[in-house]
Ligand binder design. Structure first.
Ligand code: SP5
Ligand code: ZN
Length: 334
């Protein structure tokens, strides 16, 4: 399978994240890239398609903020990575504020997604890898993979969170729509609900979003991903959430995935995008499902059997020593 990755993606390297009331080592480390590259063989560098496909999903104010934040942080006299600490809770009126801390809080839903001076270059490159894999499939590949690190599915049109700044699955889906694919489906099988992807397509009937994830009653991101969230307006019925309990093993996960694939089949997409997270693995340090490495081939075969042209994007997966095998075994199923 063709696989895409750009070296600039490794430049986003925050030193720490807010965790359980203190600072802990940043789990979404560049070492994840080395683990995957060592396991999957050759990758191709993506062509540069510019900011237009990114701005087709993300607001101008948000993209401009991501690019300016490191400079504003330093101009405020700060060192280290930019991290928000104050947030406009729901229902607050929009305000045209310029102070870096106000901007950070307005464009983030958590304090675990630092912005470093190199973050923009890395997340931009990660988006280009997603676009390259998408265009490879649009050009006739049966399936293609983008090693999207930093990941994307927690990022909304105008906010970051959950280690994600740009939503690569949404950028890929929109690019496919703009290339003439009438209906696109996104299957999200990261441990965490992809709140950003859901938000972006919530009121759209042309992109179906199905997610299997840890129940948000017990797990991050808490405020999205509940089973009664099914979309609104033109997107009513085009969101499917299948939360599962901590401890879930392959049989229950595979059954949920079959239900998601059946719903996607009724939608009849011209292209499938898989947000693949290996944080469902039993040994993941921040998650609590119990999938085994060999299970990923089973899940991928079930997806491939449906026959849709498929773009696979990496999301989470934090057990670095196992990540390469887990990703390689998933890709082997296509
Ligand atoms: C893309 C993705 O999988 N994002 C996951 C974000 C989860 N954030 C909440 C869990 C925070 C756990 N922090 C652990 C730090 C240990 N060094
Ligand atoms: Zn995750």
């Amino acid at each position: 399978m063709r696989a895409f990755y750009a070296p600039a993606q490794a430049r986003h390297a925050p030193t720490q994240e807010l965790h359980n009331g203190g600072f802990a080592a940043y789990a979404e480390t560049p070492a994840r890239v080395d683990a995957v590259l060592a396991a999957i063989g050759a990758t191709e560098e993506p062509e540069d398609r510019g900011e237009t496909p990114i701005r087709a999903v993300h607001s101008a104010a948000y993209v401009d903020f991501l690019k300016a934040a490191p400079r504003l942080w330093r101009e405020a006299g700060r060192q280290g990575d930019a991290i928000p600490y104050a947030f406009p809770i729901r229902g607050r009126r929009p305000l045209a504020l310029s102070r870096i801390d106000a901007l950070l809080g307005a464009h983030a839903f958590d304090a675990t997604t630092p912005i470093t001076p190199d973050s923009w270059a890395a997340v931009y490159a990660s988006a280009q890898s997603a676009l390259a894999a998408t265009h490879a499939v649009l050009a006739g590949e049966r399936a293609a993979f983008a090693l999207c690190r930093p990941p994307g599915h927690h990022a909304g049109a105008d906010y970051c969170g959950g280690y994600c700044h740009l939503n690569h699955a949404a950028i890929a889906a929109q690019a496919a729509r703009d290339a003439g694919i009438g209906r696109v489906a996104i299957l999200d099988i990261d441990y965490h609900h992809g709140n950003g992807t859901q938000d972006i397509f919530w009121e759209r009937g042309d992109v179906f979003y199905a997610s299997i994830h840890a129940d948000p009653a017990t797990d991050y991101p808490f405020y999205w991903g509940h089973a009664d969230e099914t979309g609104a307006g033109d997107g009513a019925g085009a969101t499917l959430n299948l939360p599962l309990p901590q401890g879930t093993t392959i049989d229950a996960f595979r059954a949920a995935q079959a239900a998601a694939l059946d719903a996607i089949a009724r939608f009849a997409p011209g292209l499938l995008i898989v947000s693949f997270g290996a944080d469902t693995w039993a040994g993941d340090p921040i998650s609590a499902f119990a999938l085994q490495t060999a299970d990923y081939t089973t899940l991928a075969r079930d997806i491939a059997a449906r026959g849709w042209p498929t773009v696979v994007l990496l999301e989470g997966g934090y057990a670095v020593a196992a990540l390469g095998d887990n990703v390689a075994r998933f890709l082997a199923g296509f």
